[in-house]
Ligand binder design. Sequence first.
Ligand code: PLP
Length: 424
Amino acid sequence: MMIDIDFDKNHIWHPYTSMQNPLPVYPVAKADGVYIELEDGRRLIDGMASWWCMIHGYNRPELNQALTKQLDNMAHVMFGGLTHAPAIELTELLLQITPPSLQKVFISDSGSVAVEVAIKMAKQYWINQGQQNRNKILSLRGAYHGDTFGAMSVCDPVNGMHHLFEGSLPLNYFAERPACRFGEPCLEEDLSSIKLLMETHKTELAALILEPIVQGAGGMWFYSADYLTKIRALCDEYDLLLIADEIATGFGRTGLMFACEHANIEPDILCLGKALTGGYMSLAATLCNEKVSDRISENGGVFMHGPTFMGNPLACATAIASINLLLNSPWQDRVTNIEKQLSKEFESCLESKSVSEVRILGAIGVVEMKEAIDLKFAQEFFVSKGVWIRPFGKLLYIMPPYIINSEELNQLTQAILTFTKLLP
Ligand SMILES: *Cc1c(COP(=O)(O)O)cnc(C)c1O
């Protein structure tokens, strides 16, 4: 059946769009490996891994099999009062690959929910100690943590839609975006903004939330591991819980399994999502240490959250297969090779006058332009070049599936290079 693009336009919301004058969307017939195939037969190399998720590429036999095998047993069952092998096996795997202090796992259905759960955990941690006043969250400018209200309230206050929802968002505090870059030391002055906030608001703060090393959708910014180490120490000093949102960075994207490993730190609460199922289904997890779980559970306390699709067996089974596939693959070499090739091939972007900066870390390549990019024009251009790249603001970026080969990656970088030369 042909996809009815007019019906789509008239009735279906796409992310961040108007129903009156939406940008064109391209009908996809199927996807395989690193290729997205449009209905008219054009094949596009996916430079976005479908928003960080598709780390193994599309249509992986191992994941297809895990999903269909689980389907034969049970698609879903409620998690209240019941449990099942996929949830248990997934949790065992997560405990093996995440920091050892994280021992309790809440399996939910999307990244934003994992962040809501993390924030709620941090607040209940203090409530159950009789410190209801410690209910504010400290966050960083340039952060992105999701689109639900709690998550939005810790996104960058300027590009995170705070003005739009003024009055209905919980008020939180924001420190400057870490100025010290990845690979650089963190100086005393880089911490002054956050230290001041910690000191001034120490009686109100419950937790600090951050995306370790890479701020993703809030600006694709890579910051110093040393900063993260010092932040962990500051959280201890001020008795703040540290929430690490690794929804984008988790599962190898930055070159290590989790970005916290760059700084050798353990957060009190960790959020996972996106690549958790290899991009197959919506699934997320919030892990916490026993300091957090003990406090919440003390004196008859219960953690007050329970989504309908919590621990969905199909999603858990797919996540198990995806993590095993990752662990049994040379993912680290693949990410390193992507990093090397991006560094080499993006170098000449700097010759274009339209480019202000190039940043590369792991399997993430960012070309920051001087001016905001026209999305419609860019989308059409990249599709005409046989690649799928979707810029935002001034940023052109790619984060391909790890299985991409060097010719395919070259096609992505060449498309970006050509694009930057088109602009004045
Ligand atoms: C995408 C993302 C989220 C939100 O996840 P959803 O699955 O879109 O709700 C939260 N935090 C970070 C760092 C993300 O990149």
